[in-house]
Design a protein around this ligand. Structure first.
Ligand code: ZN
Length: 300
């Protein structure tokens, strides 16, 4: 599997690599200079996957960027491993197929380099569950609708900004050690009619359980919302956000820098919840990705 990918990458390297000078001229290149190595985790990328890219370039670059499914991918340089790494994701609604990752960089003397690699997204079938919640959440009153609209604006504001610079470091940690009560991607039927997709991961925890930050980052939201209840959102950089919902108590404030594993609040059942539990979600530049996959990645 991996070997095949590497071979495909090399074939592509011959036709897709271009080195431009500052004046736009194309430099000739030796075959030695065309070895780009692109690796990613997990090995199988599906709709709903977060994934980590590791890129080795033919020559040392001072910067590297990429575009993937109409989003920018941000990279950090790992000096010890001599590779670039960055986080990306695939939305639940992305159809299976091969999509191009467009890489572009700049060497120390200003030469521009570019490389394209196709990455295959496979189809993942997620389960369906039916849930019953209080009527007010499926048939909200006029004042509740007003509250929901206000929350929507607040969330849009938070989601519209993210930090390209990486704050996260090392593996992403579980927010709590507990049984998983509902998986990411499950389609849900509320009270037999309103349909939605579960864009997070639920942990079966009683009210008052300490909840930890998945990784290092800045708290960008820490307040009570209609559906989410007491909610915390953390910006980890490189376009990645983590969300913690239905908390009984929030122990951080907006603007705080939190470390990986730091307690940010206590679990509860506030907002649209059938009972006390923790719902977490991970967003990469506007798309929700599977937190369970994120925990399995081996990260620098
Ligand atoms: Zn949930």
């Amino acid at each position: 599997m991996f070997k095949l990918r590497m071979l495909a990458g090399r074939r592509l390297a011959v036709c897709a690599l271009a080195i431009f000078g500052l004046n736009g001229s194309v430099f000739s290149q030796t075959s030695k200079a065309v070895h780009w190595k692109i690796r990613y985790q997990p090995k199988q990328i599906v709709n709903g996957s977060p994934f980590i890219l590791r890129v080795q370039t033919p020559a040392k670059l001072q910067s590297l960027s990429a575009t993937w499914l109409n989003h920018d991918v941000y990279f950090s340089w790992d000096a010890s491993g001599k590779y670039w790494f960055g986080i990306a994701g695939v939305g639940l609604s992305t159809a299976p197929g091969a999509y191009p990752l467009h890489l572009s960089g700049e060497s120390a003397n200003g030469n521009k380099v570019a490389f394209d690699q196709q990455i295959t997204v496979r189809h993942m079938k997620y389960p369906n569950t039916a849930v019953t919640v209080d009527k007010k959440f499926t048939e909200p009153s006029a004042t509740e609708l007003e509250e929901i609209q206000k929350d929507k604006a607040t969330k849009q504001e938070v989601f519209a900004q993210f930090t390209p610079t990486r704050a996260w470091s090392g593996d992403f940690q579980q927010p709590v050690i507990a049984r998983i009560s509902d998986v990411f991607g499950a389609t849900r039927t509320f009270n037999g009619k309103v349909q939605s997709t579960h864009e997070g991961l639920d942990f079966a925890v009683p009210t008052g359980t300490a909840i930890a930050a998945l990784n290092r980052g800045t708290v960008v939201l820490a307040r009570l919302l209609f559906f989410e209840g007491n909610c915390v959102m953390i910006d980890h950089g490189q376009g990645l956000l983590s969300l913690y919902l239905h908390l009984s108590k929030i122990e951080v404030k907006e603007g705080d820098m939190v470390s990986s594993g730091q307690e940010i609040g206590l679990s509860g059942g506030t907002g649209r919840a059938t009972g006390p539990h923790l719902h977490i979600a991970v967003r990469w530049q506007g798309v929700y990705v599977n937190p369970a996959t994120l925990f399995e990645l081996k990260l620098p």
